[in-house]
Ligand binder design. Structure first.
Ligand code: ARG
Length: 464
C-alpha cells in the first residue's frame, strides 16, 4: 500500500516503482530519520497534538526500530518506497493508530531535508577529522625531514632547491583550507527545515523553533518553500569534497612521479602498494593513482548535481532525490582516500640523498648569483642577464658554472660559494620562503593553525 493510496484507484506499476524508489540507497539515512522523527514526535506532544500516552507508545516504537536497524534485523518490504516510508510503516505496525499520527504536520519533503542535514553535518565532521589526521602526518614528516632539501619545480623543470618540509607543508596548507571550507559549510547548513511541511507549513500549531532546538540546530527556517527546496548544503559539500579530492590527486600525482626509478625520491611500503599479476618485479603506487583517478568521478558528481538543481522551480521536486547517491559516494570515497593517502605517506621511505643529489646542481642557484649582484647595486635586470650569459656559456662550452663565476670580475670566489651544495636553502631568508629558517618558523605557525582548526571543529561536537 502506498502513502497516497486514498487518492488512487490502482496500485503503482512495477516500472514506476523500479524507477522511482530510493530505498536501495537512502537506507543510509535510517538512523537520522529516527532522530528526526523523534524530534517531530516530541514537537507534536509539546503542542498537544498527541497525548502523553501516544507520545510514549510511538517513541518506544521508534526506539525498537532503531535497534532493529542497528542489529540489521529491520525487515524492509518491496512496497517501501524509501526509508521514510519504511520507518513510518513499521511505526504503524508496532504502535497502531498512535503510529499513524506520527506524520501529522509533516511531509517527506521537510523530513528528507532534515535527515540529510543531520547526515551531512555529522559526516563532514568525520571527513574534517581525517583531514586533520593527514595534516598532522604532514607536519610530522616535515619535522622529521629536518633540513633535507629537494629540487623545487615550475613547469616540471628544476627551479630552486626547496626544503622537503616546505614542499610537504604546501600540501598541508591546501588541506587546511579544506577544513576551513567544511566549517564554513557547517555554519550555513545549521538551519532546521523541520516544520516546513510539504511546502507551505501547516494549519496545526507545530513549533519549528522547538524541534530545531531538539535537533541541535541553531535556528529553524524562515521560509518554508526555501526549507524544502534548498540543497545548497549538498552542492557545497560536493564542491568541498571535490576540492579535497583535487588536493589528494595532486599529492598522488607527485607520489606516482617520485616513486619512479627515474626520480627515486620515495619507496612505498609493501602494505601501501600493489604488485603486478604478470611482471614479478613490479611495485605500483595504486593508492596514489586512484587518488588521481577517482577525482574525475567526484567532480562529475558536483557537475551532475548542479545541473539537476539549475532548472528546478520552487519548491520540492522529485529531482531532488538525485542528491543522495553522489553525496554518499563522494563522502565515502574521500574518507577512504584520506586514510589511504595518510597510510601511504607515513609508511613511505623518502630518499633524502636522491633528492639532495637532484637538487645539488649549481644551475639551481643561478638566482642566488643574480641576487648577489643586486646586493652589489647591480640592477636586477642586468644581473639576470649577466648570470644568464654565464649559464649559457657553461652549458655550451661544458665549463663548470663555478669556474666561470670564480673568474668573473663582478662575482668571484665569494659568489662561487653560493653554488655549493646546501648553500641556497641556508641563504634563502625571506618569510614564507623555502629556506631553513623560514620553514622552521612556518612549521610552528602551521602547528598553531592546526590547533585552531581542531578547536573550531570541537565547537561542532553537538553535530556528531
Ligand atoms: N525519497 C524522496 C527523496 O529522497 C523523499 C521525498 C519524497 N517526497 C515526495 N513528495 N514524493 O527526495
Amino acid at each position: 500500500m502506498t502513502l497516497w493510496h486514498g487518492r488512487f484507484a490502482s496500485e503503482p506499476s512495477r516500472a514506476l516503482w523500479d524507477y522511482t524508489e530510493s530505498l536501495t540507497f537512502d537506507k543510509t539515512l535510517a538512523l537520522d530519520d529516527i532522530v528526526g522523527s523523534k524530534a517531530h514526535l516530541s514537537g507534536l506532544h509539546k503542542v498537544g497534538i498527541i497525548s502523553e500516552a501516544e507520545f510514549e507508545t510511538v517513541n518506544e516504537a521508534l526506539s525498537t526500530i532503531e535497534s532493529e536497524i542497528r542489529e540489521g534485523t529491520f525487515a524492509y518490504l518491496d512496497s517501501d518506497e524509501d526509508i521514510h516510508t519504511a520507518i513510518e510503516r513499521r511505526v504503524t505496525d508496532i504502535a497502531g493508530d498512535a503510529g499513524a499520527k506520527l506524520h501529522t504536520g509533516r511531509s517527506r519533503n521537510d523530513q528528507v531535508a532534515t535527515d540529510l542535514r543531520l547526515f551531512v553535518r555529522r559526516e563532514l565532521l568525520l571527513v574534517a577529522d581525517r583531514i586533520i589526521e593527514l595534516e598532522t602526518a604532514l607536519a610530522d614528516l616535515a619535522e622529521e625531514a629536518k633540513d633535507a632539501y629537494m629540487p623545487g619545480y615550475t613547469h616540471m623543470q628544476k627551479a630552486q632547491p626547496v626544503l622537503f618540509g616546505h614542499h610537504l607543508l604546501a600540501h598541508g596548507w591546501a588541506l587546511s583550507r579544506d577544513v576551513d571550507r567544511i566549517t564554513d559549510t557547517l555554519d550555513r547548513l545549521d538551519i532546521s527545515p523541520l516544520g516546513a511541511g510539504a511546502l507551505g507549513g501547516s494549519t496545526l500549531p507545530i513549533d519549528p523553533q522547538y524541534t530545531s532546538q531538539l535537533l541541535q540546530f541553531s535556528k529553524p527556517f524562515e521560509n518554508s518553500l526555501d526549507a524544502v527546496s534548498d540543497r545548497d548544503f549538498v552542492a557545497e559539500t560536493l564542491f568541498n569534497l571535490s576540492l579535497i579530492a583535487v588536493h589528494l590527486s595532486r599529492i598522488g600525482e607527485e607520489i606516482v612521479l617520485w616513486s619512479t626509478e627515474e626520480f627515486g625520491y620515495v619507496r612505498l611500503d609493501d602494505a601501501f602498494s600493489t604488485g603486478s599479476s604478470m611482471l614479478p618485479q613490479k611495485k605500483n603506487p595504486d593508492i596514489a593513482e586512484l587518488a588521481r583517478g577517482k577525482t574525475g568521478r567526484l567532480i562529475g558528481h558536483l557537475g551532475g548535481f548542479l545541473t539537476t538543481l539549475k532548472g528546478l522551480p520552487l519548491s520540492y521536486n522529485r529531482d531532488l532525490q538525485e542528491d543522495k547517491e553522489p553525496l554518499f559516494d563522494s563522502i565515502s570515497q574521500v574518507a577512504r582516500a584520506l586514510s589511504a593517502i595518510k597510510g601511504m605517506l607515513t609508511t613511505a621511505t623518502f630518499d633524502f640523498s636522491r633528492m639532495k643529489k637532484a637538487a645539488d646542481s649549481p644551475y639551481l642557484c643561478a638566482i642566488d648569483l643574480a641576487e648577489f649582484l643586486v646586493r652589489k647595486q647591480v640592477p636586477f635586470r642586468k644581473a639576470h642577464a649577466v648570470v644568464g650569459g654565464l649559464v649559457r656559456d657553461s652549458l655550451e662550452r661544458h665549463v663548470p658554472l663555478e669556474e666561470l663565476v670564480s673568474a668573473h670580475p663582478l662575482l668571484g670566489e665569494e659568489a662561487a660559494k653560493l653554488l655549493e651544495p646546501g648553500a641556497s636553502v641556508q641563504h634563502r631568508i625571506s618569510r614564507g620562503g623555502a629556506g631553513i629558517a623560514a620553514v622552521e618558523e612556518q612549521r610552528s605557525i602551521y602547528r598553531e593553525s592546526l590547533q585552531g582548526q581542531i578547536k573550531r571543529i570541537g565547537s561542532f561536537d553537538h553535530f556528531r
